[in-house]
Design a protein around this ligand. Sequence first.
Ligand code: NAD
Length: 440
Amino acid sequence: MSNRPVRLGVVGTGYVGLTTGVCFAHVGHQVVCGDIDARKVDLLNSGHIPIVEEGLETMAADARAAGRLQFVLGAEEAARGADIVFLCVPTPQGDDGSADLSYIQQAAAQIAAVLEPGAVVVNKSTVPVGSTVAVERVLGRDDVRVVSNPEFLREGTAVHDFLHPDRVVIGSADRGAAEQVAELYASIDTPILITDPASAETIKYAANGFLAMKISFVNAVAAMCEAVGADVAAVVDGIGSDQRIGNQFLRPGPGWGGSCFPKDSRALVKIADDHGYDFSMMRGVIDVNEEQLERMVDKITVAAGRVAGESLSGVTVAALGLTFKAGTDDLRESPALSIIGVLRSRGATVRAFDPTTVGELRPHQSVVLEGIELVDEALDVAAGADVVAVFTEWPEFAKVDLDQLAGRLRAGITIVDTRNLLDPVAVREAGLGYDGVGRR
Ligand code: NAD
């Protein structure tokens, strides 16, 4: 390659694409990000970052001021003249559990004609085994190579994760193309694992499957703790100090959710199934998660004074937190919303506070929140509530003034703490009931 800076195109400016584009520009590359959503592109061009992601706004502003980052409408404009093009478009769950590749195929078709000879196209979206070949087929270009470079960032810490990853995985049948992509990460201090495309694609699904398994495991252990009278915090401490197990990602909660684990765990089962392997363990992981959501519904129902499964007509649930975890505004497949959906279908009224839904809702939030009464202050959820549920581990909920909260609630109301965020003793001292997950 010549000495001129590498030009990167990024297709899709969502959580992954925007982080990828901004971070690559931050480390010195020349980046053009394109999206088909004109409103998003306008917002980005006016200096606004449409998602909640710490650090992104300042870094994007700095990179734009330095002339290294542009936002354009459409995939073609992002890919035109680029040496390397990252596809960061959605791969949602299809009807049969498989990953829906239509966005990837559409993006590949859009850029095919404008790609420079010798360009490299990178699948950064999470895509099933065989997608490198599938994209090559759509591109129909002998002079362009396709590489897999799955992304492992976590929403809420996306910038940190991109700049300090545990590893970068690159899968390609063409060593030269893989090394070209590896070179982009030269200033990032991390091991780079170059492998074949099928292994790279499998690594991403296996990683998410394993993480989902850890959470399902600890949730199952928490259920057992409740049955036998053990305390899950002590159990996690005890097992987590074994270095073979480790103490990360062993926090009980309402069940996993978000834009990745639900679809990726199902896609993993489907990919295995399509290739003749019944991944029954992963099916079990998914089943445990569904049971966990039901267990939370039952806890809230019982705390509201009803029998599990009974109608919740006349019951008002005060919900603290809506996003699938703290630090993000992402509501996709949020356990809070799954649980609230069941409560509402049984007749409950839900009043909720989430720090990311205060004021004007972001476009991707408004539809999924229909039917939920939103308030602008945490304590305002309390009025007339029959039960309080903590759904998201926002740090500010751990600091909520329990006496003030209790002052706004009827005597004897219970807080169902699906994140084990609050101090049970302090809650009880404030005159409220407490029920956590696997906690004595
Ligand atoms: P997202 O929905 O936030 O963003 C996708 C963007 O792509 C949207 O802005 C959409 O308008 C745009 N888009 C769709 N088709 C396009 C086209 N033809 N041309 C230009 N833009 C187009 O999605 P996301 O959360 O960033 O996820 C993207 C991929 O990365 C998925 O495969 C996901 O599984 C994977 N992934 C996500 C995360 C995460 O935490 N969100 C982490 C790792 C991997």
